[in-house]
Design a binder for this molecule. Structure first.
Ligand code: G3I
Length: 345
């Protein structure tokens, strides 16, 4: 591992990285703990990850490996995600005969109970093993409560994605998710006297683009007006070099006056292919400018997370290396930009 300035020492907010258990051992773990002080499970805390093939609830082994790793290395854990339209077992939305749940009052009640049970099981299992939330042995301090609930198109007046959750429960599934999660994580399974042990986030992508941003803002304002316990607004920021970095600043500024914290939850910057050294240098400047913006908004930011440790491990690796480190665990210009270090003139 190169002897470089730890990234997290250059910011006033925690810097996180999305991983699975592969990054909890060996050289990747050394690189991780040098530069990052927070982790997100890239996949192993998603709804489907909590169930075995028979549909029984049990924490995913890799989620526990990551929690153990965080506890033992003083890293925070940012949970991802309680409710999503994707990577969710199909049985959530069907009755005992395998038929889709309808919008009848009885079916709606079935889905509300499944939602509540899921959230309470997640909270109970993690607090049983690591102690109550907000205590020193439990590294979980935030959770994406709902993910990607905003529509990609402007065709609906409420601006919401037409998911199974939405089809059956309408917008109320969002309120309910936050209410159940607040009850479970911040009351029932919280350490006594802990002040908001788990910060609950709404999270989405393309929030740097004006249409999605307006729909996202309108939704967050509605939730706050209804006193829904949404504590944080997450910006995934899966961007490319073609996206002006000023758009990231506009996104943060748009939510800055609301009574919520914010987080950059899934940052990566694609270069396009072929990923030449010249493009990696451009990417270095992009990360430099992005992190300068994040530092300017430090007071509004709970954390900034990059969506993967090394280029080859990125979900976007086919689109040019989007992350800070290459597959030999060496710092790219992107790292030097992020720490505001020296880049070629
Ligand atoms: O675990 C299986 C493995 O057993 C199997 O052999 C393999 C074959 O395809 O698939 C593996 O599962 C894959 C999983 O990642 C773990 O690697 C899934 O196919 C694949 O679909 C899944 O992709 C994840 C994707 O979410 C799923 O929607 C990505 O890793 C993950 O980076 C991505 O993360 C999302 C965030 O949760 C939400 N925001 C967008 C972001 C990027 O899409």
């Amino acid at each position: 591992i190169e002897d470089l300035t730890p990234l997290h020492e250059t910011t006033d907010f925690p810097v996180g990285v999305a991983i699975d258990s592969r990054e909890t051992i060996g050289a990747p773990a050394q690189l991780l703990t040098r530069h990052f002080n927070q982790i997100t499970a890239e996949n192993h805390m998603k709804p489907e990850a909590w169930y075995d093939e028979a549909g029984n609830f049990r924490p995913h082994e890799q989620a526990l490996t990551m929690m153990d790793f965080a506890r033992d290395n003083d890293l925070r854990v940012y949970g991802h995600v309680l409710v999503w339209h994707s990577q969710t077992p199909a049985w959530f939305f069907t009755d005992s005969a395998g038929q889709p749940l309808t919008t009848s009052a009885a079916d709606q009640q079935v889905l509300r109970e499944r939602l509540r049970t899921h959230i309470f099981n997640v909270a109970e299992s993690l607090s049983e093993r690591y102690g109550p939330f907000g205590s020193s042995t439990n590294p979980l301090y935030a959770f994406d409560a709902v993910n990607e609930v905003v529509s990609d198109s402007g065709e609906y007046s409420d601006g919401l994605r037409r998911s199974e959750w939405y089809r059956i429960l309408g917008e109320s599934f969002i309120d309910l998710t936050f209410e159940y999660a607040d009850e479970a994580f911040n009351d029932v399974y919280a350490a006594e006297g802990a002040d908001r042990p788990v910060t609950l986030f709404i999270n989405d992508y393309n929030t740097e683009q004006s249409g999605k941003q307006a729909r996202y803002l309108a939704l967050v304002q509605r939730l706050l007006a209804r006193d829904v316990p949404v504590h944080g607004v997450g910006h995934q920021f899966h961007v490319s070099l073609a996206m002006p970095v000023s758009a990231l600043e506009t996104a943060l500024e748009t939510f800055a006056d609301l009574p919520v914290t914010q987080a950059v939850t899934e940052l990566d910057v694609t270069t396009g292919t072929p990923a030449t050294q010249a493009k990696f240098i451009d990417q270095g400047y992009y990360y430099r400018d992005a992190f300068r913006i994040f530092r300017a908004y430090a007071e509004d930011l709970l954390a900034v997370t990059v969506w993967g440790l090394t280029d080859g491990r990125s979900w976007r690796s086919g689109n040019g290396g989007p992350l800070l480190f290459d597959d030999n665990l060496r710092a790219k210009p992107a790292y030097y930009g992020a720490v505001d270090g020296e880049l070629p003139a």
